[in-house]
Design a protein around this ligand. Structure first.
Ligand SMILES: NC(=O)c1ccc[n+]([C@@H]2O[C@H](COP(=O)([O-])OP(=O)(O)OC[C@H]3O[C@@H](n4cnc5c(N)ncnc54)[C@H](O)[C@@H]3O)[C@@H](O)[C@H]2O)c1
Length: 333
């Protein structure tokens, strides 16, 4: 029996690589543009497997897709998929764990340095025909990078890659990660969340979006941070309360922020956050390079092809289901 594979939604120009991978298992492939739960329920009734970018795959959706066996997420974060509901329904869920580690780490570093060296402020000066070093006010003050402290929220793959890069610049690294008990990298020390926010000169967020991390950076946290601190978020927008961040930037509670993710994507273009001072926003693009994009498209489809061939994919998030899945596949042979 061949599988019907459906792409619920994807923003990439073409799906040639997915087609190539899935042709190898004779699967049919349909590209959809689902935005809501209802869209997915209506369009994916015959799906054996889904490739998902941002469409919401909630418990409700999972309960109404009778044939569904597997979901593969285009990316690392799986916050749009209810993984525990999928697990209860014996649906395997995969992500692509390591296609863009270097891309996101170098992007976070770029945002950090751009803001720490106050490039937006100085660029703005030149646009306003200001070429003057005689009156360095708070908005223009820069401290030497070497010796400053970077606090990482989360200590997984991207955080560790960033730690390696900044160590070469003489930046000291601390991290907060309640799920890692052993120091993941030499020279990185584990601290409490309170210590991280109050002592770090730069904070970079690299945890997943979960009920625990949603809204973690709120008004209290911004008030506790150093007024010279820079925040970088390349993880998920909803880890930061956008209205609290806007207040922090407008009131000078922190010195700047670089965001690749917002609470709402794409944003409301009238959102006043977007015009806050010392803010750089990019459109959820940290993962992107020509090479990482190709890897992402191929590997997302390959996970489904692997499962069809009864091989365990590298990014399987509920491996405990795999033995039962094999039994069901073999009983249909
Ligand atoms: N902007 C982009 O283009 C882009 C691209 C890839 C990944 N991401 C995001 O980056 C995040 C990190 O990716 P990764 O590959 O390093 O993931 P990873 O799974 O390797 O690491 C995540 C780390 O976060 C930790 N963590 C979990 N809950 C936490 C909490 N409450 N507080 C602090 N730490 C916590 C985990 O223990 C783990 O060590 C992903 O979850 C994804 O959402 C964004």
């Amino acid at each position: 029996m061949t599988w019907n594979v459906m792409i619920t939604d994807v923003s990439f120009p073409d799906i040639r690589l997915e087609e190539e991978e899935l042709k190898k298992i004779n699967a049919s492939l349909v590209r959809l543009n689902c935005k809501t739960e209802q869209d997915v329920i209506q369009a994916c009734q015959d799906a054996d497997a889904l490739l998902v970018q941002y469409a919401p795959i909630t418990a409700d959706v999972l309960n109404q897709l009778p044939r569904l066996k597997a979901i593969s997420r285009y990316g690392i974060g799986v916050d749009m998929v209810d993984v525990s509901a999928a697990t209860k329904k014996n649906i395997l869920v995969c992500n692509v764990p390591d296609y863009c580690i270097e891309e996101v780490a170098t992007f976070a570093l770029s945002l950090l340095l751009f803001l720490a060296r106050r490039i937006p402020t100085y660029q703005n000066d030149v646009s306003n025909q200001r070429w003057n070093l005689s009156d360095i006010d708070d908005a223009h003050r820069v401290n030497r990078i070497r010796g400053q402290i970077l606090g990482l929220v989360g200590s997984g793959r991207i955080a560790q890659e960033l730690a390696k890069l900044v160590t070469a610049l003489g930046i000291r690294v601390v991290y907060y990660d309640p799920y890692v008990k052993v120091s993941p990298l030499d020279g990185m020390s584990s601290v409490s969340f309170e210590e991280l926010i109050t002592t770090s000169d730069f904070i970079s967020i690299h945890c997943p979006l979960t009920p625990e991390t949603r809204g973690l950076f709120d008004e209290r946290v911004f008030q506790a941070m150093k007024s010279s601190a820079v925040l970088v978020n390349t993880a998920r927008g909803a880890v930061v309360k956008n209205c609290a961040l806007e207040q922090a930037l407008r009131n000078g509670w922190i010195a700047g922020a670089g965001l690749d993710n917002l609470e709402q994507e794409p944003p409301d273009w009238n959102d006043s956050l977007l015009s806050a001072p010392n803010l750089v926003v990019t459109p959820h693009i940290a993962f992107y390079s020509e090479e990482s994009l190709k890897d992402l498209q191929r590997l997302t489809a390959q996970s489904i092809a692997d499962l069809y061939r009864q091989n365990m994919p590298e990014g399987l998030l509920n491996p405990e289901l795999f033995p039962g899945f094999l039994q069901r596949m073999r009983s249909h042979e």
